[in-house]
Design a binder for this molecule. Structure first.
Ligand SMILES: NC(=O)c1ccc[n+]([C@@H]2O[C@H](COP(=O)([O-])OP(=O)(O)OC[C@H]3O[C@@H](n4cnc5c(N)ncnc54)[C@H](O)[C@@H]3O)[C@@H](O)[C@H]2O)c1
Ligand SMILES: [Zn+2]
Length: 349
């Protein structure tokens, strides 16, 4: 269930009243504690007791150590299966909180109130929970849907521009793979303030929700959501290793540039449509240089992509038009190197 909240959080209050949990556990990070929790608490009308659990902000906290701490805290609060964990934050909070709730006492109820654009349009939908382990992202996790998802776009007013653009990349991806009119509408956006974004957030959430409902365990259709991520994740890993900060969405945007190029090379996408995509993405996202990274290092990361099976080649989702995709394309490494070299040519000053 996805509900957009009004300024009084009526839908949330009604839902809590109806469910009548024994205890509310509010999970926040230090930023959402500061920027979002006061609004939530100011609007909560329930008399059910609540506890606040705060962790530091950042991907570094999405670990087994944090999960252990949270399990301990839940035990200390004597949380039972009628307690409710409320994840108020970005994707780190929803992944970690969802993981902890879905494993503690074999699962207690949880809901998400996403506070970043990326978590509204992507991380909070689809029931993937998880933590990073041994330097691998999301290595340990569960598939468990939240009981409800409440969205308040106004929370985005305190989010910095880089994080807004990071979430926007996932929204553009939704348009490119499945809905040309969504892509067009996003391209025409003049402002990225919460009010202008709100209807598009709704649309993006509906697109992802629909995909997930049709293919929860990612057997086929859900792989479409990986468009831009095969190359994007490789770029993200190498930038991380080099300790150069860059957002996930920015890397995905670069990945979409390369994978659009691949789609043309393989004869799936017309050069005219590709040109529209490439110029739009480049007008929003500065090109990330790959000058310090060899093709082989990028390929090595791509070979580890979880979509790959034992077969030769690397598994991609390609575009066949704006709003249309083809999953499970096993592509020869020589083609990938060619696409990377087109990208490198764009990124050369
Ligand atoms: N489960 C899934 O399907 C899925 C999908 C995509 C991404 N993810 C995961 O999501 C995570 C990334 O999510 P994210 O980009 O939201 O990162 P995040 O949770 O780290 O949030 C980004 C930053 O914004 C701050 N912040 C959050 N809300 C704010 C607000 N309203 N105002 C000011 N600051 C605020 C956070 O404290 C943090 O510093 C990754 O761990 C990724 O693996 C999961
Ligand atoms: Zn992504």
């Amino acid at each position: 269930m996805i509900e957009f909240l009004d300024d009084e959080f009526s839908a949330l209050n009604t839902w809590i009243e109806h469910k009548a949990p024994s205890l509310l556990l509010l999970l926040v990070d230090q930023n959402t504690h500061h920027h979002c929790l006061p609004t939530l608490l100011g609007n909560l009308t329930t008399s059910i007791p609540y506890e606040i659990i705060e962790i530091e902000a950042g991907e570094e906290l999405k670990t087994i150590e944090s999960a252990v701490q949270l399990w301990e805290i839940l035990a200390e609060f004597q949380a039972d299966r009628s307690a409710l964990l409320i994840n108020l934050g970005g994707g780190v909070i929803s992944d970690l909180g969802g993981f902890v709730a879905s494993t503690y006492k074999r699962g207690i109820p949880f809901i998400h109130i996403p506070t970043t654009l990326l978590s509204m349009c992507d991380a909070s939908i689809g029931g993937k929970t998880g933590i990073d382990f041994h330097f691998y992202k999301n290595l340990i996790g569960t598939f468990q849907l939240p009981q409800a998802l409440f969205v308040y776009p106004q929370f985005l007013s305190t989010l910095d521009q880089q994080q807004i653009l990071s979430g926007l990349a996932e929204m553009l991806k939704h348009g490119l793979i499945l809905d040309a009119s969504h892509w067009e509408a996003l391209c025409a956006l003049e402002s990225l303030d919460p009010k202008s974004l709100a209807p598009h957030i709704k649309k993006s959430m509906a697109i992802k929700q629909d995909v997930v409902e049709k293919d929860f365990k990612e057997q086929s259709l859900r792989k479409a959501l990986n468009f831009g991520h095969t190359v994007g994740h490789a770029i993200e890993s190498l930038y991380l290793k080099a300790e150069r900060f860059v957002t996930h969405g920015h890397c995905v945007a670069m990945g979409m540039l390369c994978e659009t190029q691949l789609s043309v090379q393989l004869g799936h996408l017309s050069p005219t449509e590709a040109e529209q995509i490439l110029s739009k993405l480049q007008s929003i996202y500065p090109l990330l240089s790959l000058a310090d990274f060899a093709d082989e290092s990028l390929l090595e990361c791509m070979r580890q992509d979880k979509k790959n099976t034992q077969r030769k080649g690397i598994n991609f989702t390609v575009l066949t038009g704006i709003g249309q995709n083809l999953v499970n394309q096993t592509i020869d490494e020589s083609e990938i190197i060619k696409a990377l070299s087109s990208y490198r040519a764009l990124a050369r000053p």
